[in-house]
Design a protein around this ligand. Sequence first.
Ligand SMILES: Nc1nc(O)c(N)c(N[C@@H]2O[C@H](COP(=O)(O)O)[C@@H](O)[C@H]2O)n1
Length: 157
Amino acid sequence: MTPPSPDTIYFYAQTDPYAEFSNFAPYGVCFEDIWWPTVEHYFQAMKFHDAAYRTRIRRCQKPKDAKALGMTRKVPLRADWEEVKDDIMYAAVLCKFRTHGAPRQLLLGTGDAPLVENAPMDAYWGCGPDGLGLNKLGRILMRVRGELAEDAAALKR
Ligand SMILES: Nc1nc(O)c(N)c(N[C@@H]2O[C@H](COP(=O)(O)O)[C@@H](O)[C@H]2O)n1
């Protein structure tokens, strides 16, 4: 097991440094002419094919409320969710950072530092309780950082 690099940047709560990297941060995204208040709202809504339920999630006041609605299994989860969820998350996170300059500059300013969602209960998107989780959100952010750096380089050419 490789130990975490000393320059690893951890993010999670909205009261912590680098809160901008969390999907709960107040940066909206637009898909198919519909505006979603946060990445979390969009991601949670995409779990369902039910259009009315998606709208209910989009109208939640807070991302934690959107997440709570997304956790229900009273409304059927789309059958292909496990296959599509990583791509949906990637598209939403890329859209967020292409849309909003402040988090984009913060992300680009992290250079090559490893990024880790310090989510104690989530070993898929975050590092989980023992720090050994998959950290899929951190990995997506690092991939997005590379895309944004390419965008910036192309603009200078
Ligand atoms: N800020 C915050 N609070 C939590 O309680 C969280 N679990 C997370 N992590 C985010 O939760 C989303 C994943 O939801 P599912 O478990 O797939 O329903 C994803 O956006 C994580 O980044 N963040």
